[in-house]
Design a protein around this ligand. Structure first.
Ligand SMILES: NC(=O)c1ccc[n+]([C@@H]2O[C@H](COP(=O)([O-])OP(=O)(O)OC[C@H]3O[C@@H](n4cnc5c(N)ncnc54)[C@H](O)[C@@H]3O)[C@@H](O)[C@H]2O)c1
Ligand SMILES: CC(C)=CCC/C(C)=C/C=C/C(C)=C/C=C/C(C)=C/C=C/C=C(C)/C=C/C=C(C)/C=C/C=C(\C)CCC=C(C)C
Length: 590
């Protein structure tokens, strides 16, 4: 039975002869195949028309990359976002003339070369681009024992600076980073798609067998073990721990080597590049491009439940009671949200329980979005003069990103604002984000949801003020004299704020290994044990980070496109591979 394209009834222009996809192969496929298939049986057994080929729950970067990649392959995608803007933790908000990034402002994946620049590629694939400002220094570390280090984009300059501080470890430093480059160079030479798709695996293996074997070798390894093979100095190992912690939220022992290869090398290869107009621009452009491909995003649509028919994903139920149907559902909510509230408890697969034993929620953050008077950062001329007179330390406060830690024992401390302090000043790269003469200081430090529960409103406000003042004082004491008196706007967010606005369970930054695991071996890919339900974002392979969730979006879209028949697949081998991967993951125990 041929069912007319319901998409055309919602957006009539879509199926007129002027439709840009009318001529495209994908559109033919759409009319002949998808519209015929896009029916779903309701629980009552009645056939219902689907509202889309794919429903994506959430418009974080993981969800948006999946949606745009599928839309350009010819699928009708509907993205449902609970909030009023796209981007989730990579969104932005404006206040009093300032444009603040919701989450971290340090962006990987915006390079121009190779294959690992997934943000550049995701935008280009939908005919979009964003101007970026290259950052010459990824990070300026202010660490215990006056250990001050700058991670320059220039790799040699960085290694020389690190070796100057640890001359006895120069060879070990070079050997350690060489292993990271082994990972990065292998990844950067191949197309990055779904590892659950045998045809892709076969092709990349034929094209680059040595690279694939290298990756296979590093898959079960963690940074700590590799670092200790080459380095003995305790302080240097502490440094490698914090260099992992700032993006993986765990020390080297629990940080997968594959991810470290990406982060520790891409910062020198593609570099850290800040998008003009702020991080929120990435999601805005991706979301806007959906309409160019006949797909759409709807805001203020909170999904309350994923509807299963006979154990297979078939639709979603919104908070307002509307039911929408699609043969494929992709969840960009965290795994705890997906399998802890969107799926009924009796329908949660056993494999998810195993996952929860292996991964736990990382803490959330206490964050300060500050508008400050620009005089807090000395102009370079004044700074140089003060340095010559011996009044100003060589601290390079004019770098965009800083990490401050006074005591190694507090690196992971999530209580009382004494842990690792992150600071970004994105207005140093893009001054248009603040009114003239002002800067943005975005500070954050780990914080647990439990520390913010059960407080009365006045206790909650008082605690916010007390801890925010402590963070400002730490920064003022160390590097920005007079900061407190120069703050003109102060917005304090707690784990409760992150939970509320981002919909993330306990406001968590993402999953971290509950104990030492075999690298990335037990991190699930995009398929789940519920047919038709896929996960994307930081609780899928390879984990947290914008470039990481962009990869998970590419991989998810590839796997879904194969399953929908939009691109060729090997059904029997594909299913056998999926079973093998899922069983191996469940069995392997460290
Ligand atoms: N510099 C950086 O690398 C950087 C910057 C910002 C964010 N990040 C990373 O981004 C990662 C998160 O990205 P992500 O793609 O996993 O997702 P995300 O958490 O950023 O976004 C998920 C989106 O889903 C929406 N959502 C959740 N539940 C929903 C529901 N029931 N109904 C409708 N919408 C719902 C949320 O509102 C949110 O917009 C984090 O790990 C963080 O590390 C990194
Ligand atoms: C066939 C055979 C034999 C074999 C096969 C093999 C293969 C093919 C393999 C493959 C693999 C792959 C593809 C992989 C991939 C991976 C990836 C992509 C990864 C990525 C990663 C990334 C990451 C992790 C990133 C991250 C980042 C982050 C998180 C960031 C953050 C930041 C922050 C927080 C900021 C800070 C701030 C301051 C300091 C202020």
């Amino acid at each position: 039975m041929f069912i007319p394209c319901i998409w055309s009834t919602q957006t009539p222009a879509f199926c007129t002869p002027t439709c840009p996809r009318q001529q495209a192969k994908a559109h033919k496929l759409h009319l002949n195949r998808v519209c015929m298939q896009a029916t779903a049986k309701s629980q009552s057994g009645k056939e219902q028309q689907a509202d889309a080929d794919v429903i994506v729950i959430g418009s974080g970067i993981g969800g948006l990359v999946t949606a745009t990649q599928l839309a350009r392959k010819g699928a009708r995608v509907l993205v449902l976002e609970q909030y009023i803007i796209p981007g989730g933790s990579a969104g932005a908000f404006s206040r009093d003339g300032y444009v603040f990034d919701v989450g971290a402002s340090m962006i990987f994946g915006f390079g121009t070369e190779g294959s690992t620049n997934l943000l550049t590629r995701a935008l280009a694939d939908v005919n979009r681009s964003i101007e970026t400002f290259p950052d010459p220094v990824q990070i300026n570390y202010h660490l215990p024992n006056a250990l001050q280090l700058r991670v320059h984009k220039d790799y040699e300059k960085y290694v020389q600076e690190l070796s100057a501080r640890f001359p006895h470890e120069e060879k070990g430093i070079r050997r350690f980073y060489k292993e990271c480059w082994n990972v990065f160079n292998s990844l950067n030479a191949m197309e990055l798609l779904s590892l659950e798709e045998p045809r892709y695996l076969w092709n990349v293996f034929l094209e680059n067998p040595i690279g694939c074997l290298q990756l296979l070798r590093y898959f079960p390894q963690n940074v700590g073990d590799v670092a200790r093979k080459h380095i003995e100095d305790k302080e240097l190992l502490h440094y490698i721990d914090i260099d992992c912690y700032l993006w993986s939220v765990v020390k080297g022992d629990r940080t997968p080597m594959i991810n470290a290869g990406m982060v520790f090398c891409d910062r020198h290869y593609g570099g850290i590049n800040y998008p003009k107009g702020g991080v929120g621009k990435i999601a805005e452009e991706l979301a806007a491009s959906l309409a160019d491909f006949g797909s759409q995003i709807q805001y203020k649509k909170r999904v309350r439940e994923i509807v299963l028919d006979n154990g297979k994903a078939a639709g979603v139920l919104l908070a307002d009671g509307t039911e929408l149907r699609a043969p494929v559902i992709v969840s960009n909510a965290t795994r705890w949200n997906t399998f802890g509230s969107l799926i009924k408890p009796e329908q949660v697969p056993a494999s998810e329980q195993k996952w929860r034993e292996r991964y736990e929620k990382s803490p959330s953050f206490l964050s300060l979005h500050l508008g400050v008077d620009a005089s807090v950062i000395p102009s370079s001329a004044r700074h140089q003069q003060e340095q010559r007179q011996g009044h100003a330390p060589q601290e390079h406060v004019e770098d965009c990103h800083h990490i401050v830690l006074e005591d190694w024992a507090h690196m992971e401390d999530a209580s009382d604002a004494t842990g690792t302090l992150f600071l970004s000043i994105p207005t140093l790269l893009d001054p248009t984000l603040a009114p003239p003469g002002k800067h943005i200081f975005h500070m954050f430090t780990p914080s647990n949801i439990e520390d913010w529960e059960g407080l009365s409103p006045s206790e909650y406000e008082a605690k916010k003020t007390r801890l925010a003042d402590r963070l400002i004082a730490r920064l003022e004491r160390a590097h920005f004299p007079g900061l407190a008196s120069k703050v003109e706007l102060k917005i304090v967010g707690t784990p409760r704020t992150h939970r509320r606005f981002l919909g993330r369970s306990d406001g968590s930054y993402g999953p971290v290994p509950a104990h030492k695991l075999w690298g990335l071996v037990s991190m699930p890919f995009n398929r789940t044990d519920i047919e038709g339900l896929y996960c994307v974002g930081d609780s899928a392979f390879p984990g947290q980070g914008l470039n990481a969730v962009a990869f998970s979006g590419y991989a998810c879209a590839h796997r879904v496109a194969c399953d929908l028949g939009l691109v060729g697949k090997m059904p029997v081998i594909g299913d056998a591979l999926a079973n093998l991967l899922s069983k191996t993951r469940l069995k392997i125990e460290r």
